[in-house]
Design a protein around this ligand. Structure first.
Ligand code: NAD
Length: 253
């Protein structure tokens, strides 16, 4: 088996020859910014699994649970700053090598790191906005959180009465067609697919590297744990994103 240093050097050579890189990022890229992922061993979410979309719509108890757990998560997300891995991707954009980022994250840290907004596809939405589950009316998340903090246990849309939540995709909720189409277009146009901090177990995100593989696009995976696509990857770095990605990018000539 090749050492981490040898694999890193292989990755540098592959990235060096690429001009239209697409990065798929998952919760793992933000753990070093202090936001826990769902699937790593010891994640707080394993004691308290996230509420599904179906339960959120059908059960008042699930909505109460959602607003309780959101309080912890929103504190973590509000305090979080981009880490070295987020900034390494900005450096790829600065070098004109990055076609775009498809992220499963809703934390907004890629934007905070300084990417042009049009480079980012947020597959699972954003926790910085609130959305109605019925008419999709948007409002500020700060405003909605204030209503909850003021004692509203089940905040509803002021336009149509639908249940409000963050503009994120819960388990069991569909990714909007337009968002998925944009992500697929990026994959169709890329010359290297980079997975960073994703278990590749959540669909449709996990279908995107598979689609790239059917186009014979090289695949690099940077993840702490094995993924279902490891056997298909050209290079795998089982390392923290903040440890593996910055030296990879800074070694580019
Ligand atoms: P996931 O499928 O993205 O898996 C996270 C993966 O990251 C795990 O395989 C883990 O081994 C790896 N990992 C953890 N820390 C890492 C690090 N420092 N460097 C490299 N790899 C690392 O995500 P999930 O945890 O299963 O969450 C499911 C969904 O929940 C996500 O797709 C996302 O929509 C949402 N979520 C978002 C955030 C966020 O916005 N920051 C946080 C938690 C969950």
């Amino acid at each position: 088996m090749r050492s981490f240093e040898e694999q890193l050097q292989d990755a540098v050579e592959l990235v060096q020859t690429s001009r239209r890189i697409v990065a798929l990022t998952g919760a793992g890229i933000s753990t070093e910014s202090g936001i826990p992922d769902f699937r790593s061993p010891g994640s707080p979410w394993q004691q308290q699994p996230p509420v599904s979309y179906q339960d959120f719509i059908a059960k008042a108890e699930a909505r109460r649970h959602y607003w309780q757990t959101r309080r912890d998560l929103s504190g973590q997300v509000a305090d979080a700053k981009p880490n070295a891995a987020h900034y390494a991707l900005v450096e790829l954009e600065r070098r004109d090598m990055l076609l775009g980022i498809i992220t499963q994250n809703f934390d907004g840290l890629h934007q905070d790191a300084g990417h042009q907004p049009e480079k980012i596809v947020e597959l699972h939405g954003t926790s910085r906005e609130a959305a109605c589950t019925l008419c999709d009316a948007r409002s500020s998340m700060q405003e909605l959180q204030q209503r909850v903090d003021a004692g509203e246990v089940d905040p509803t849309c002021t336009h149509c009465g639908g249940y409000m939540k963050t503009a994120t995709i819960l388990f069991g909720q569909r990714v909007p067609d337009a968002v998925l189409t944009r992500a697929r277009e990026m994959v169709n146009d890329c010359d290297l697919f980079l997975v960073i901090g994703s278990s590749l177990k959540v669909t449709p995100a996990a279908t995107l590297p598979r689609h790239a593989l059917t186009r014979d696009i090289p695949l690099i995976i940077i993840n702490l744990q094995p993924t279902p696509l490891d056997d298909y990857a050209d290079i795998i770095l089982y390392e923290k994103a903040g440890v593996a990605l910055p030296p990879l990018v800074s070694a580019l000539s």
